[in-house]
Structures are given as C-alpha cells and as structure tokens.
Design a protein around this ligand. Structure first.
Ligand code: 5GP
Ligand code: MN
Length: 325
C-alpha cells in the first residue's frame, strides 16, 4: 500500500494537466473523494479537469460540497491529460463516457476500496479494508505532506460518513474514527454535513418515501424486504431518483430480514436495483451475478427487464446462490 501511495503522489507531482473523475450514479463517497482531491490538486497549482460521467444525476443532498463549482461537463475537456485519476470505480465502465479519456491519458491511476476492483490501471491504490475512497484520499494527501484544510476535510468527511452509514456498517473500523478525528481537527464542518445529507430532504421526496414504504413486501423464504419506485411515482410526487439514495436503509431496518432491494424504473424502461444486507449476508456476489457489482453489504446493478421481470430475476439469482432450484 505504501508503495502505491508514493507512486500516486509522485505521479501527481509530475503531472501538469490532471483529469479527475468518479462513478456513474454518484454517491457521498464518490463525490466527497472526487471534490476533495480536486481541491487539493488545484491548491497544488495543477491544471485540473474535474468531471462526472452523469452530471445531470448529481444528488441534491451533496450540492453544498465545496469544490462543486470546479466540475466541468464530460465533453468540455480539451487536450490529453498527463494523468487521469479514477475514484471509487471498481472497473473502467463505471466511468461511463469518460472511459475513453481515461484510456488516452498519459497515465491512469485507480484509487478505490471495492473488493471487486479489477486493478485496471498501471497504478492501483486499492484498499478493500478502507471504509471509503475518501479515507484513502485522506491518507494519500497526509502521506504526501500536502495541505488538507477545512473544505477538503468537509468533502472527505462526507465520504466517510455516507459509506459507513454514519459509523455503523461493518466497514467501520477503529481506524475510521481516527480518520474522522483528523478530518474534524482539519476543520470539517460536521454539523453542516449531517444537516445537508440527512436532514434536508425535499417535500416531494418525503412523499415518495411514504409511497415506497407503504409498498414494502417481505419474502420470508429469502429474508428479503423490497419495494419499488415507478416513473409515475416520480411524476406524481415531483421527486427525482438521485435523491432516493438512502431510502433503502429503511427497508434494511425491517427486523427478521437479511437483505433489502429497491427497484427503480429508469426513463428508458430498464430498472436500477440497489441491494443492501444486514450482518454477514453478502449481496456483492448477487449483484455481480446480475452484471453489476459493489461491496459485501451494499451493491447494485441495472436490469434489462421491467419491474416485475427484475424482481423475478433477483429471486432466480437468490435461488441459484442458495444452490437450490
Ligand atoms: P447503489 O445501490 O448505491 O447504487 O450502489 C451500492 C454500491 O454498489 C456502490 O458501492 C456502487 O459503487 C456499487 N454499484 C452499484 N451499481 C453498480 C454497477 O452497476 N457496477 C458496479 N461495479 N458496482 C456497482
Ligand atoms: Mn465508496
């Protein structure tokens, strides 16, 4: 790990134009690590092209993050970057249309904490033991002796608390609190992060939450709690999909279940499926079997089937995973 960290720091020091990106369907950790690193690179005098594969899906609860003004749209990049840094991506497809730029860059660096990371770059700074990609970025910046400061700390702290479910999931280690402590010392705005991320939901989303919770079903055979969101629900309430990231946590809370699934109907008719598990049960392998990926206890994929079809597909995969028929 130390060796890769030094190699990444050196690559950054030597590069002039650096592109930074993170995965589709952005979340707190992809955005926190992405914007935090963008700010660090800018303060080190680098020319930075910072962009998201799906800028239109930026979740409103992360609008407050410092550094968001520095984001460009994917098509705006001019020239070939000396270095491309991919954050929180287990494989190159997670970069969407920015994948081509990553492949053309002088050097590619992969910073991530997914256990299914494909080690797709010449330099892979990948630590599945880390709570979050933001934690790895913090250690990188600290290790290199670069300045952190309050804005960067706020971004990275957001990544740590969202990926650990506020220091609650199995990926929370004693070290996670050490990192949070150091980010707090750097001036992370802890109460603002909590308020913006967890206590600023829109009225339309609050109503959508009601509709979705009303529909929860439990299939006892699999210990599965599930619900779904249709395009009509979004139209009726005025809510948007990116703000529904945490909704699944309510389903995971149903006692007696071991996993939760939320099926979200996309504009093109496909269905985004989010999976979460309780305790030791692993949803990562199930998401991978269905063409997606993620962590042991938080994973996802996109199904080509409709809502009913994607539920059947998941139940088939669960049956298969159990080794029965
Ligand atoms: P979410 O349910 O929040 O969309 O995703 C949960 C976790 O699974 C995140 O860590 C995310 O990066 C990962 N994930 C979600 N969808 C995919 C996918 O299609 N491919 C891969 N490789 N990972 C995914
Ligand atoms: Mn992450």
């Amino acid at each position: 790990m130390m060796k890769e960290m030094e190699a990444v720091a050196k690559a950054i020091e030597e590069a002039r134009l650096i592109a930074v990106s993170s995965h589709e369907n952005p979340d707190g950790d992809s955005l926190g690590s992405h914007l935090g690193l963008t700010l660090v690179l800018r303060s080190r005098g680098k020319a930075v092209f910072s962009s998201l594969p799906e800028p239109e899906r930026y979740p409103p609860q992360y609008r407050f993050l410092p550094g968001r003004d520095h984001l460009s749209s994917p098509g705006e990049m001019e020239g070939i970057p000396d270095l491309f840094v991919a954050l929180d991506c287990s494989n190159l497809d997670r970069l969407g249309e920015l994948r081509q730029l990553a492949e053309r860059a002088g050097l590619l660096v992969n910073i991530d904490h997914h256990e299914d990371n494909r080690m797709f770059a010449p330099i892979n700074l990948v630590d599945p033991e880390a709570s979050s990609t933001s934690e790895i970025v913090f250690k990188l910046v600290r290790g290199a002796g670069w300045k952190v400061g309050a804005d960067v700390a706020t971004c990275l702290y957001t990544g740590v608390i969202t990926d650990t479910g506020r220091f609650q999931h199995l990926n929370t280690k004693p070290e996670t609190f050490m990192v949070a402590y150091q980010l707090a010392l750097e001036g992370a705005d802890i109460s603002r992060v909590g308020k913006e991320v967890y206590e600023s939901q829109s009225l339309p989303y609050t109503r959508l939450l009601g509709i979705t919770l009303q529909r929860v079903e439990v299939i006892e055979e699999y210990g599965l709690a599930y619900s779904y969101i249709t395009r009509a629900d979004l139209a009726e309430t005025g809510a948007s999909l990116p703000e529904t990231e945490d909704l699944i946590d309510y389903l995971r809370s149903v006692r007696g279940t071991r996993m939760a699934a939320v099926f979200k109907e996309l504009e093109d008719g496909r269905v985004r499926v989010s999976l979460r598990s309780r305790d030791e049960f692993q949803v990562g392998p199930i998401a991978r079997a269905l063409g997606g990926g993620g962590h042991a206890s938080a994973a996802g994929y996109t199904s080509q089937r409709d809502l009913q079809g994607s539920l059947e597909e998941l139940l088939d995969a669960l049956r298969e995973a159990r080794g029965g028929s």
